[in-house]
Design a protein around this ligand. Sequence first.
Ligand code: AHR
Length: 642
Amino acid sequence: MLRSNCIRWVGVFATIVLAPLLWAQQSASDGNRAVLQIHVDQPVARVSPTLYGLMTEEINHSYDGGMYAELVRNRAFQDNPRSPDHWRILRNGNARASMQIDHGTGPSAALSSSLRLNVEQADASDPAGIVNSGYWGIPLRANTIYAGSFYAKADQDASGPATMSLVNDNTGAIVASATVPSLTTAWKQYKVTLRTGQIATSASNHLAVSVTRAGKVWFSLVSLFPPTYKNTPNGSRIDLMEKLAAMHPAFLRLPGGNFLEGDHIAERYEWKKTIGPLADRPTHPSPWGYRSSDGLGLLEFLTWCQDLHMQPVLAVYAGYSMAQEHVAPGLDLAPYVQNALDEIQYVTGGTDTKWGAVRAKDGHPAPFPLTYVEVGNEDWFDKSGSYDARFVQFYDAIKKAYPKLQVIATTPVKSRVPDVIDDHFYRTAQEFFADTHRYDKTDRKGPKIFVGEWATREGSPTPDLGAALADAAWMTGLERNSDIVVMESYAPLLINLNPGASQWTPDLIGYDATRSYGSPSYYAQAMFSNHHGDEVVDSSLKGAGALLFYSVTRDAAKHKLFLKVVNASSKPQQLDIQLGGEHLPEGTATVITMSGHAMEETNSLSNPARIAPIESAVTGISSNFHRTFPAYSMEVMEIGLR
Ligand code: AHR
């Protein structure tokens, strides 16, 4: 025992006293050679288990035409009160028909208008109907089952059969079709199953619903779903969910962003109008220039959290909308505060509570976990200065009803101490490289920090390698300070790449109707999230170039050390890495490297993995080893410890 302690202390002496001298000499003589000392056994801060998460909102057709798997665009004819956008008339052969929005009838109080098809002439060989072009096409795959449905009513004359068909745009071939035997004079929902055969995957298709008799037919909620993630009805697109799942995010900040606030108070996110049967969701104008179907509503957000094992970070509307409209604190604001309490009860309440029972009726009896509630979004934009008083009203009511909830403020307030402050940063790569020490000196006694939106805004439509390296460099600072920075989420998350679909670049994940890819920044987020460890360990770096950044954490229970190194320089960086402490390396490491040739290099639909992490096994990991980090690279070394 004495002997082994003695050896250990000689080792520690050699490490602490002699090694730096040697390293200093080496680094001076090698020029570019730097020294990183890591004290494996000296944790200095806890890594927040919820550090890496997602931020989401309806922007860039993130949901409609993105995550939400619905393939029919403007399915309830609410997008434009004057004309049925994205629909055209179908007149085969001698068929004669016209269509218009009818504000006099609809399948529900929420959807009180519909599309009226006026058929003057149609028969079985020459049907008439309506055609939808989808969200930049209707993607179809071979041997796949699609769930079609529509609400319809007919006048007496038109109460014959109706057929839903999927048709190839280029050949006119009917890829799949199904018929309902007869429509009735009352509103009714019809469901069909459409099965494709041996076709090539393509988005060059349209959907048609046709009839074979003259008369009037009204339509609403014309819907087509492909298979969804976990086969959930009204569910999400599989490839996008898989990409998000691979990030292992800890939380989802929902439902926005500006999408929460709306341009006007009347256009805010009203969660109660996004739950229950689709026919009870009126849809609403989003601030990003198109109407939200709200098919992906509050319960779908929560199911998304459940599927990916994330917690919701629930942002509640707090009485400010972006056209400088606010609700006066006090009596005027009280119903909005109650609405937020109802929302929290919908998320967390038992089935014996009013809103927990509604959630159960909507199909989810079990409550969802909830730790954080955010009051508003970016309220520093509210020039009236009302946020302090609005926040107080929400904070007090939430804390009274739910004392355990952590309440997030969107900007500093004076009258209460929020549990967490949400900081947002959209910056250049240079700005982030220069800002990696932002939280080093933050008061540990003050509110925690949630970086709820941030991104290096370089590269378009998705971030390039330089942006990813700047993101990664800045994340080393977040991780190092994650005793105070409890959560971070890149924004925006998703972008539909079709012409006219987007409002904001760059975004983490790009897609069209059939393909998707992760940007280099997506991989940077995933690499950090998948190797975050639970403690920051003591370390110091000497002699490295200005564009070398690192973070070192460990997972004590799993005996693993995670060293993340970002070399944003155009030159490779050599590093002598000294691991001191009792828990010496096992000798091997798994290394995940992402690198490229230039800061501008990037991924695209046609080259989705040009910049992507590559995993390799490295041997020779001792308590003093050498590694060269390539130019324009980020690397995670997962080092096994004894
Ligand atoms: O992420 C895009 C927008 O940026 C968000 O909606 C808003 O919160 C921020 O200004």
